[in-house]
Every structure is written in structure tokens, then in C-alpha cells.
Design a protein around this ligand. Structure first.
Ligand SMILES: [Ca+2]
Length: 133
């Protein structure tokens, strides 16, 4: 049985129970492949396609949340969010670059993974950002 066929029939076989050792091996391989995705979901990052990061008003991911799309290139975060961001969650494999001033001016830093507090210096300073995966 080819891998392609196993993939096609796995959902059905999963419902009716393991039919043979070959299928069980294939299921184990699928579980191994699925592990990284499950880990990312545990970090609370939105799994929707195109998501890059989430920025939060307060530390520890509290307060208002702002979703950031992959490929975002935002020279002005807007009046509502200017100098507000205190924590960020960045999807696995993505990088969020933040800037102190409008038009990517001033200081710059980058975040990956879960950052419950951006630090004393960066707290309430972000005015522009980009995000890439
Ligand atoms: Ca600022």
C-alpha cells in the first residue's frame, strides 16, 4: 500500500479501528508529524492561515489583543495602539519586528515565541511593526 493511499484511507480506518500493523505504523508517523502543530496551538497563537503574531495591551497576554498577519508591514500602529503593547505571542517559525517610532524609526527589536513582558524599556513604546514567517 502506498503512502498516498494510506493517507487517503486513514480517516476512514481511524473511525473503524486499526486494521493491520501497517496502518498502525502510519498512524504513529502521523502523530509524530502532528506534534509541532499541537505545540503551537498550546501557545495560544491563532491557527488561522496567515497569522503571524498577537500583541497585547498588558503583560501576560491580558487586556485588548491585536492580531498581526504574516507579511505585515505597518509604519504606524494607529492612535488606538500607539505606545500600548506590553506582551506578544509570535507563531512558531515567525518573527515580529517592532519599532519605537512611526515609519520604523527609533529603536528596534525582534520577538519570537511567547513573550509575557516586552521589558521595562519597551513597555508601551511600540509604534510600528513588521511580521514575517
Ligand atoms: Ca512609540
Amino acid at each position: 500500500m502506498s503512502k498516498r493511499i494510506i493517507s487517503a484511507v486513514l480517516p476512514v480506518l481511524t473511525l473503524i479501528g486499526p486494521a493491520c500493523d501497517e496502518v498502525e505504523d502510519a498512524l504513529a508517523a502521523e502523530d509524530a508529524l502532528a506534534a509541532p502543530a499541537a505545540e503551537a496551538a498550546d501557545e495560544g497563537v491563532s491557527a488561522r492561515a496567515g497569522s503571524c503574531a498577537t500583541m497585547y495591551e498588558h503583560w501576560h497576554f491580558e487586556g485588548e489583543a491585536k492580531e498581526v498577519d504574516a507579511g505585515a508591514y505597518v509604519p504606524w500602529i494607529g492612535n488606538l495602539w500607539n505606545d500600548v503593547v506590553s506582551s506578544v505571542r509570535v507563531r512558531s517559525g515567525c518573527v515580529l519586528n517592532v519599532f519605537e517610532h512611526v515609519d520604523f524609526g527609533g529603536a528596534q527589536t525582534s520577538y519570537q515565541g511567547s513573550v509575557p513582558f516586552v521589558g521595562e524599556w519597551w513597555n508601551d513604546k511600540v509604534s510600528a511593526y513588521t511580521c514575517e514567517c
